[in-house]
Design a protein around this ligand. Structure first.
Ligand code: 5GP
Length: 125
């Protein structure tokens, strides 16, 4: 069920629980600003999620309110995860869903990294 991305942050969302270690995840990467783990229901050969450690519902929230350090740290983490996965060549796709029309289901900002195969058109038709 897609979320309303304008709602306040819910500290009990599933990714907050994953970061606190209350729900298991397959960790890929972690630093001061970010945490990355494998998607439980992969949509491509490689499907990894990168989340900021700060409490941001969506890209909208993050881009408006996060500090320059948080933004830089998170952007670098997304790139680092893709490099760690060996995706730069032949390429990959990154995506963030925002709110109802974006189909966002978990109310903690996450960037999807897809790769390991040709990914087809940008949006399903
Ligand atoms: P969204 O639709 O919000 O952009 O994407 C949410 C993603 O989170 C989906 O790809 C879904 O498979 C993934 N996901 C949902 N619950 C869990 C979970 O408990 N663990 C992991 N690793 N991924 C999850």
């Amino acid at each position: 069920m897609p979320i309303d991305a304008t709602l306040p942050y819910d500290d009990n969302n599933i990714f907050a629980k994953i970061m606190r270690g209350e729900i298991p995840s397959t960790k890929v990467y972690e630093d001061e600003w970010s945490y990355a783990f494998e998607d439980i229901n992969p949509q491509a050969e490689i499907h990894t999620l990168v989340i900021p450690k700060g409490q941001y519902v969506s890209w909208d929230d993050f881009s408006a309110k996060a500090s320059a350090e948080e933004i830089a740290g998170f952007v670098r983490a997304v790139g680092e995860v893709a490099r760690m996965k060996g995706l730069v060549e032949p390429g990959y796709r990154m995506m963030a869903n925002i709110g109802a029309h974006g189909g966002q289901e978990v109310p903690h900002l996450h960037v999807h990294i897809f790769g390991g195969q040709f990914l087809g058109p940008m949006i399903a038709r």
